[in-house]
Design a protein around this ligand. Structure first.
Ligand code: 13P
Ligand code: SF4
Length: 301
C-alpha cells in the first residue's frame, strides 16, 4: 500500500520540481521519503539554499513560514495547515511590542518557534542549536528572550548577560519529568542521558548532554555509550535507531508526543503535491523584517 503511495509522491515530486523537507519529529514514513531530515536550523539552511521550485514542508507552521521567508518566489506547501506550535502561539507581535517598551535597552532574541510577525519585531532569531552563540555574539548586556522560558533559562546558566524571560514553554517537553529520568537511569545504569533545551531545569540538571534534535543525533553517533535515554519528542527515536543500529535508545517519557508534528502523513503529502495546497506565505513587509532577524542568525553559523 505504502509502496504505491511513495511511488506516486516521488513521481509527482519530480514533475513539480519539489523538495521534501522533514523535521526530526515527523512520523517514520514521512522522514523516510524526505530529501532532508533535520532540526529547525538545518531545515532553514536547506530552505535558503534549495533550487527546487516547490518546498513540501513536513513540520509545523512556523517552520514553513521560515522557509517561505528564506525562499521568496518559491511555493511552500504545508500538507496539514493545522499543524501549528502551541509555544509559537504564546506570544504575539503586539505583546512583544509592549514588552520592548518596558525594556527599551534590551536586544530582542526570538526563538525560531514563533510567527513571522513576532520575528519581524525581533533583533535576532535563534534556534535551539545556536541560541547561546547568538546571545553571546550580541554586544548589549540585556537580552529579551522569547518565547521559551526554559530555553532562555538554559542559556542564562551559560552566559553572563542579563536575560529577561517570556512566559512561554513547550507543552510536550514539560511532560518529561526528573522522576522519569531517574527511573530510566535506575533501570539502565550504563545509559547516557541526552535532552532538548526545551526541557524543564530539573531535567536539564540530570542530563549528560543538552542539544537540538540534530545535535542529539550527532551526539548519539559520536558517544562511546551503547545505551541512551532521550529526553525529547519521541519521533526522533526513528532516526536515532536507523542511524545507530548497534545502540539502544529509550524515550525518557512515552508521553512526550507533539500532536502537531504527527498531523502530516503520506496521504497528505501526496494530496498537497497534487493540489499544490495548502500554501504558506508571508506578506512582503513582514517577511523583509523577519528575514533580517533570521539572516543575522544564519550569518553566525
Ligand atoms: P529543534 O530545532 O531542536 O529541532 O527543535 C524544534 C522544536 O520544535 C523542538 O520542540
Ligand atoms: Fe512546538 Fe513543542 Fe511541538 Fe516543538 S514539540 S513543535 S516546541 S509544541
Amino acid at each position: 500500500m505504502n509502496e504505491k503511495l511513495i511511488e506516486e509522491i516521488l513521481n509527482l515530486k519530480e514533475r513539480r520540481k519539489a523538495v521534501i523537507l522533514a523535521h526530526n519529529y515527523q512520523i517514520p514514513e514521512v522522514q523516510d521519503i524526505a530529501d532532508f531530515v533535520g532540526d529547525s536550523l538545518g531545515l532553514s539552511q536547506q530552505a535558503a539554499m534549495t533550487d527546487a521550485e516547490v518546498i513540501v514542508f513536513c513540520g509545523v507552521h512556523f517552520m514553513a513560514e521560515t522557509a517561505a521567508i528564506l525562499s521568496p518566489g518559491k511555493i511552500v506547501l504545508l500538507p496539514d495547515i493545522k499543524a501549528g506550535c502551541p509555544m509559537a502561539d504564546m506570544i504575539t507581535a503586539e505583546a512583544l511590542r509592549a514588552k520592548k517598551k518596558e525594556h527599551p535597552k534590551a536586544t530582542v532574541v526570538t526563538y525560531v518557534n514563533s510567527t513571522a510577525e513576532v520575528k519581524a519585531e525581533s533583533d535576532y532569531c535563534c534556534t535551539s542549536a545556536n541560541a547561546l552563540k547568538v546571545v553571546e555574539s550580541i554586544e548589549a548586556n540585556e537580552i529579551l528572550f522569547a518565547p521559551d522560558k526554559y530555553l532562555g533559562h538554559y542559556i542564562s546558566r551559560k552566559t553572563d548577560k542579563k536575560i529577561i524571560f517570556w512566559e512561554g514553554f513547550c507543552p510536550t517537553h514539560i511532560k518529561i519529568l526528573p522522576e522519569n529520568i531517574k527511573e530510566m537511569t535506575g533501570k539502565h545504569p550504563q545509559a547516557e542521558v541526552v535532552v532538548h533545551p526545551e526541557c524543564i531545569p530539573p531535567v536539564i540538571d540530570l542530563a549528560d548532554q543538552v542539544a537540538s534534535t540534530t545535535g542529539i543525533c550527532s551526539y548519539a553517533k559520536e558517544t562511546k555509550a551503547r545505551e541512551l535515554i532521550i529526553g525529547t519528542e519521541v519521533g526522533i527515536l526513528h532516526r536515532l535507531k536507523k542511524e545507530n543500529p548497534d545502540k539502544v535508545f529509550y524515550p525518557a517519557s512515552d508521553l512526550a508526543i507533539c500532536p502537531n508534528m504527527k498531523k502530516i502523513n503520506l496521504e497528505k503529502v501526496l494530496e498537497s503535491l497534487k493540489e499544490m495546497k495548502p500554501q504558506v506565505s508571508v506578506p512582503p513587509e513582514i517577511a523583509t523584517k523577519a528575514r533580517e532577524a533570521i539572516d543575522k542568525m544564519l550569518a553566525l553559523v
